[in-house]
Design a binder for this molecule. Structure first.
Ligand code: SF4
Length: 375
């Protein structure tokens, strides 16, 4: 199986914390969709495997209109072997999910929605420069459910400056009240190219204390798992059988083709990145050649990815697979380095698997970097 990711680089406005590649000039959308379809056709030979997942991410894919989606689906179904029960996700912002828009989405092949809610607190939403309020977020989810979407994920952000545990708990309770199937939740990161970062550097905001961050993560895990969600990846919680197949494929070494400006691709041997410029991307379509940087992965780099992606998930690192793919020397390296964490109960061994314990999740970055090899 393989996956397709489509990067839709348009948003109505830019959120304070965001450093994704996107722009706000929507007059380029038509030309972009045509370029995207050209790239999809040009790269159709890159995989012969059946396509099990398609993911429209961004940016804000819900800035596209019906004819854009139809054009893209027509191209994909014509040129790729998409399996009949493929998971097909679109990211959407609550303010775009009007009655007409959801009716349109429900008539297209989408069977999963990922809604960028981030918070149910109106003060936080304003601070993040989101374009919706809490009531609109609730209404959007209910509208999607009424139109038959029964695989809905929402994003929540935590660790905002000044955020209290009480507000975070209220956000979680409101999310759980929605009867959704999946929640992705991330701690705020101060990315250099963002307004949030500049506010931090100017001393206008104060990051939450580390202990508060840890308590928020603990509350996230405890509250969601108590409600029947499975914590299957550091930031991802899903109801049984309704994990994000597309994201799982990133963590399980499944190849994927990334289409659109700044999109990443992976084929098991190399990674590549499309040019991070809409104008240069659209120009690529005119000449039939898209700018893309390719990096061949060495055995060591592949081993490091194997550690990083395996340890993030509840399935952990498969030691038999590690030995088969990277040899006994790297297996020994991994086992020697993990021993202190096994002793401290931060990693557990189940048969041939190494899996982070609940406590291990709190210092996962340190454990991963100790198991990775840098010569
Ligand atoms: S909607 Fe998403 S992609 Fe667009 S600016 Fe906000 S966080 Fe970034």
């Amino acid at each position: 199986m393989a996956g397709i990711y489509l990067h839709i680089p348009f948003c109505k406005t830019r959120c304070t914390y965001c450093d994704f590649y996107m722009g706000t000039n929507e007059s380029h959308i038509d030309a972009f969709v045509e370029a995207l379809c050209v790239e999809a056709v040009l790269r159709r030979e890159e995989t012969k495997e059946p396509i099990g997942t398609i993911y429209f991410g961004g940016g804000t894919p819900s800035r596209l209109q019906e004819h854009h989606f139809e054009r893209i689906f027509d191209t994909l179904y014509r040129h790729y072997p998409i399996v009949p029960d493929a998971e097909i996700t679109v990211e959407a912002n609550p303010d775009d999910l009007t009655e007409d828009y959801v009716t349109m989405l429900a008539a297209l092949p989408f069977n999963r929605l990922s809604i960028g809610i981030q918070s149910f607190d109106n003060g936080e939403l304003q601070f993040l420069c989101r374009r919706h309020n809490a009531r609109e977020a609730n209404d959007a989810v209910k509208r999607c459910q009424q139109h038959g979407f029964n695989n809905i994920s929402i994003d929540l952000i935590y660790g905002l400056p000044g955020q209290s545990l009480t507000v975070w708990q209220r956000n979680l309770e409101q999310a759980l009240a929605l009867d959704i199937q999946h929640i992705s939740s991330y701690h705020l990161i101060y990315e250099e190219r963002t307004r949030m970062y500049r506010l931090l550097k100017a001393g206008k905001i104060t990051p939450v204390m580390e202990e508060t961050s840890t308590e928020m993560f603990a509350m996230l895990i405890d509250r969601l798992t108590a409600d029947g969600f499975v914590h299957y990846e550091i930031s991802a919680f899903g109801k049984e059988g309704l994990f994000s197949q597309h994201n799982c494929s990133y963590w399980k070494d499944v190849p994927y083709i990334g289409l659109g400006p700044s999109a990443h691709s992976y084929n098991g041997e190399s990674r590549s990145w499309n040019v991070r410029s809409l104008l240069r991307y659209n120009k690529g379509a005119e000449g039939g050649h898209f700018e893309r940087e390719v990096e061949q992965l060495s055995a060591q780099e592949r081993y490091n990815e194997f550690i990083l992606t395996g340890l993030r998930t509840m399935w952990g690192i498969n030691l038999q697979e590690l030995e088969k793919r990277f040899g006994v020397e790297l297996l020994d390296y991994c086992m020697n380095n993990v021993q202190p964490y096994l002793n401290r109960g931060l990693v557990r061994q189940e048969g041939s698997k190494l899996i982070l314990t609940r406590e291990g999740f709190f210092i996962s970055d340190g454990i991963m970097s100790d198991l990775m090899r840098v010569d």
